[in-house]
Design a protein around this ligand. Structure first.
Ligand SMILES: C[S@@+](CC[C@H](N)C(=O)[O-])C[C@H]1O[C@@H](n2cnc3c(N)ncnc32)[C@H](O)[C@@H]1O
Length: 303
């Protein structure tokens, strides 16, 4: 829940950016639909990259990259690679010149492109400082093109109903010059695997009661559903999806003395594989399990 102060600050910044963005056009007259050029102060860039836990293994993509400072910092400080896209040719040229003078080579590249046209499938981290309506407009692209586990960090704006997995709020006095106030929020999302639909679940060597069918309903990272175990229907409990991992529990039925089966697995497209523990004890017996999607969800992962 947003505090009242933050909510007011949000409204003011929104007004500033919308007023600037509504009319502003980039140098060669392409519309700045994602908002005007307002650079993220370096101290916030540093916090964004920390929040995403960027490392040398990451591919960092900034959509609406301005002077390229986010991708250039990721390359310089963390040894990551990545690219930025911006609609403004002059900013793209400035970014590439800065990357060149910093000796970043192919690890920080900038192209003039609309955010919707960017190929973001290789990103492991996406950064955003774009207008609120552009955040919501980009949501389907994020969910359909980014791999599960990709981290998205946004400066000040969020994906509305897709709630963040983490959030930081703090003051940055130098921001006052640009937008009139200093309060700042950063949001982090972990792209969830798409697990909606019906799955057939099997446990190695038929160790646990079978057949089991799972029916998952998904709204972003929130998942619930029910399981058919033989001729018994039971709720699927405690489902958690984080990136490509899933965890849930099924009660083991009347003959198992109240025990639970706790499933943990990794989602790869239409297959989930993992281990199931029978009982809650640390030394509980564990078996390999596998589920295969047999029916897609009625609604795709909600956008
Ligand atoms: C608020 S600035 C953020 C710059 C940079 N990401 C940062 O945080 O310092 C938004 C940037 O998005 C760019 N932009 C606006 N509309 C765009 C679009 N449709 N496609 C690509 N870039 C766009 C603007 O030119 C501007 O540089």
């Amino acid at each position: 829940m947003m505090t009242k102060t933050l909510s007011i600050a949000y409204g003011v910044l929104l007004g500033v950016l919308t007023a600037l963005g509504g009319t502003a056009r980039a140098q060669d007259d392409l519309p700045r639909t994602a908002g005007p050029y307002v650079p993220t102060p370096q101290t916030i860039v540093d916090r964004m990259l920390q929040l995403a836990a960027v490392s040398k293994d990451d591919v960092v993509v900034d959509l609406g990259s301005g002077d390229g400072r986010i991708v250039r910092t990721a390359a310089k400080v963390y040894g990551a690679s990545g690219f930025g896209v911006d609609i403004d040719r002059e900013l793209v040229e400035r970014s590439n010149a800065a990357a060149k003078s910093e000796g970043l080579g192919a690890r920080a590249v900038f192209v003039q492109q609309d955010v919707f046209k960017a190929d973001i499938r290789k990103a492991t981290v996406v950064t955003l400082y774009v207008l609120p309506e552009m955040m919501v407009g980009l949501r389907p692209k994020m969910l359909s093109e980014l791999r599960p586990g990709t981290r998205i960090v946004s400066h000040d704006y969020h994906f509305r109903e897709w709630l963040p997995d983490n959030r930081l709020s703090f003051d940055v006095p130098e921001k006052r010059d640009a937008v009139g106030f200093s309060s700042t929020s950063l949001y982090l999302w972990i792209v969830p695997a798409a697990v909606g639909g019906r799955w057939r679940l099997e446990v190695a060597d038929n160790k646990l009661p079978a057949p089991v069918t799972l029916n998952f309903r998904q709204l972003f990272q929130n998942v619930n559903g029910e399981a058919q175990v033989g001729n018994r229907t039971t709720d699927i409990a405690g489902t958690k999806v984080r990136g490509d991992t899933i965890e849930f529990a099924l009660d083991a039925g009347p003959r198992a003395g109240g025990d639970r089966f706790t499933y943990r697995g990794t989602v790869k497209g239409d297959v989930i594989e993992g281990q199931v523990a029978w009982g809650m004890e640390p030394g509980a017996r564990r078996y390999a399990w596998k589920a295969t999607r047999i029916e897609p969800p009625a609604d795709k992962l909600a956008h």
